[in-house]
Design a protein around this ligand. Structure first.
Ligand code: CO
Length: 656
């Protein structure tokens, strides 16, 4: 590092003398940046204005896809994820594209069958992907086998990740010590990794551990070493510098407006810090400033409402204490808020390491962060003093069966036994590569979706996301109306909103008297509290959006089911979309124990059921919960359909 060039030769632009060993940079703004800060809501149209300028910087690669983008785009943005790749490729012609691939989980939350995995990687490569940054949440590289075969066959770059996690406050101790990481790197090299990435999703790597780890890996393997370290804990800029001193080859950063908080350190300070050294990036700082100007003024205002500005501090100290990735932390808080249980957050923090340990001390990264997080919340909310793990999610059952792979240490045997009681694939867990027990999926998906999937990319989208994927294809081909909630907001709308806020702050907002329409019988009264001031607000839905009615007695009950007279008057209704008429006959209700989306009904009207039979599968926080019959009887009504969003307490079915 001390190898300095003459200070007089230093220039901001790229005419300054080239460094001997320039650090390579991958930009994450267009994927992990907006995923971390703006709930992955970045739209393609907002990437285009800076795309060509970013292509000119000299990045090693630009991350454009993967992680949550595939999910969020079709679900919340009404955008075809495949199309984004093709569009950006028209503007970014020189710089390779990188994607985050969840190995056999692809861009979803479970292991998919081999036929789907081959097809996905093949199509991603065809659509323009160059670098496949591949990780497995359990660091079980048997889950790499299929995708790596196809990455190599497609002639693309295979970057193997080691998910970085800890058993102690610092690197070392029992499971996740230096030897563990060296062994994993050697495994990756023997699989043909073109580069190896230390994937520090929670920003846990301390600067001196980064130094020791990079040094050790550089000695152990030949492949270039890449560091991905989130800013969350505040350590990453220091860790970057120490990793650079230890000889790391590639570092991940974001453009300033997409940087810090739970995202990544910014690029610009690193460029300045290395200026004139033997690791100088060689980047033109003025060009970077020009990109920032556009992002700051023309793009980011459209997203600032998504930024979690509830805290002034940009560093999350909890991540150092609880080792939870930033995204997981905000998920937990959201989930608790939706269940009116935000006061339980401390219990969640206490329960989380216990659940993680029970589940084999697994790293916390998608999907294991969701699996551990949601199970933790379930335990805190539903467990009783004499029964732990009262409501086990489908994904925890799959993990116990071995469907995600081998855990770092064995799963708690008692929990495993309980989770696998009556498990459809069998009660004895598997030890083979998980995908070996999975039946091919593509043909089945094709038979289900039929002609709605016009091409292979549509079919893959549907196969990975059957419920939301089908909805998206209906929007895409004009078979269903596109809801306003998935449409983009414009700068004009942002400006209008800002004006109103400005006026309100200046006390200039006056009430306008208009002739109010008459109140309908659907009007509902809400109590609104602003700084301890109370307002009673009547809300009357316009148009013909149907409203789900929940019997009064049932709404506040948290249990999965209660017996209640179903004919109660419609009351504090829940603003969930699209519900058929609610059955009003007598019977026992199955209530949603949490807000979520209906995946499917296992039983239909007229079916006889016994207490404990699974009636409906409810997706909450991306985890599937099988809800079972509270009593014997016959299904009288199923009040929702696949894809419907339901509120906590919604009556999902009536058993009479
Ligand atoms: Co990340």
């Amino acid at each position: 590092m001390s190898d300095q060039v003459k200070m007089t030769a230093l220039k901001y632009d790229s005419t300054r003398p080239k460094a001997k060993n320039p650090i390579k940079i991958m930009d994450l703004s267009l994927r992990d940046g907006h995923q971390s800060l703006f709930a992955t809501r970045g739209r393609t149209e907002d990437m285009i204005p800076v795309a060509e300028m970013m292509d000119d910087i000299g990045f090693w690669a630009i991350e454009t896809w993967g992680g949550a983008t595939f999910d969020t785009m079709h679900r919340f943005l009404n955008e075809d994820p495949w199309e984004r790749l093709r569009t950006l490729k028209r503007y970014i012609k020189k710089t390779p594209f990188s994607m985050l691939l969840r190995a056999q989980n692809l861009v979803g939350y479970r292991n998919y069958a081999d036929d789907l995995a081959f097809a996905f990687v093949d199509r991603a490569a065809e659509n323009g992907m160059d670098v496949f940054r591949t990780f497995d949440a359990l660091n079980d590289y048997r889950n790499f086998e299929t995708v790596v075969k196809q990455i190599k066959k497609s002639g693309k770059h295979f970057q193997g990740c080691i998910c970085y996690t800890l058993t102690e406050p610092r690197l070392g101790g029992e499971v996740y010590n230096l030897d563990y990481y060296i062994k994993k790197a050697k495994d990756l090299e023997s699989m043909g990794a073109d580069s190896i990435c230390i994937k520090d999703m929670a920003g846990l790597i301390a600067p001196y551990d980064a130094y020791a780890l990079v040094k050790a890996l550089k000695e152990a393997v030949k492949a270039p070493i890449h560091l991905h370290s989130h800013f969350t804990s505040g350590m990453s800029p220091m860790s970057h510098l120490k990793a650079i001193e230890a000889g790391v080859d590639i570092i991940d950063t974001c453009m300033t407006p997409y940087a810090y908080r739970t995202s990544h350190a910014a690029l610009e300070p690193l460029v300045m810090a290395l200026l004139g050294t033997n690791r100088d990036t060689g980047f033109d700082i003025k060009k970077l400033a020009a990109i920032n100007e556009i992002l700051e003024k023309e793009i980011l205002p459209k997203y600032k409402h998504l930024l979690d500005d509830s805290k002034v501090s940009i560093i999350d100290i909890n991540v150092l204490l609880h080792q939870t990735p930033g995204g997981m932390l905000s998920n937990l808080v959201n989930q608790l808020r939706e269940m009116d249980a935000l006061d339980k957050i401390d219990e969640v923090y206490k329960e989380l390491p216990r659940v993680r340990k029970d589940l084999g001390q697994i790293p916390l990264v998608t999907p294991t962060s969701q699996i551990v997080g949601v199970q933790t919340v379930n335990n805190v909310l539903h467990d009783t003093p004499d029964e732990r793990y009262k409501m086990i999610t489908g994904q925890v059952k799959d993990l116990c069966f071995g469907l995600y792979g081998k855990t770092a240490v064995p799963i708690n045997a008692e929990l495993q036994k309980k989770a696998l009681k009556g498990y459809p694939r069998g009660e004895t867990p598997i030890t083979c590569r998980p995908a070996e027990v999975l039946a091919p999926e593509l043909e089945k998906a094709k038979a289900e979706i039929g002609d709605l999937a016009v091409d292979f990319d549509d079919l893959i989208l549907y196969a990975i996301y059957p419920v939301t994927g089908k909805k998206f294809l209906e929007w895409k081909y004009g078979k269903a109306e596109v809801p306003a909630s998935v449409k983009p907001i414009t700068m004009e709308e942002v400006k209008r909103k800002d004006e109103i806020i400005k006026k309100a702050k200046a006390g200039l907002l006056v009430e306008k008297k208009t002739t109010a329409p008459p109140k309908s019988d659907r009007v509902r009264t809400f109590n609104v509290f602003v700084d301890n001031e109370h307002f009673s607000v009547d809300v009357d839905p316009t148009g013909d959006a149907p409203v789900v009615s929940v019997p009064k007695a049932a709404a506040p009950v948290a249990a999965a089911a209660v017996a209640a007279p179903a004919a109660a008057a419609p009351s504090a209704a829940v603003a969930a979309p699209a519900a058929p008429a609610v059955h009003t006959g007598p019977g026992t209700l199955l209530l949603a124990p949490m807000p979520g989306m209906i995946v499917k009904y296992e039983k239909n009207i007229g079916d006889k059921v016994s207490k404990g039979d699974t009636i409906v599968v409810l997706e909450a926080m991306k985890m599937e919960n099988a809800l079972s019959a509270p009593c014997d009887g016959t299904i009288q009504a199923t009040n929702f359909k696949s894809g419907d969003n339901v509120a906590k307490g919604a009556a999902l079915c009536v058993i009479g």
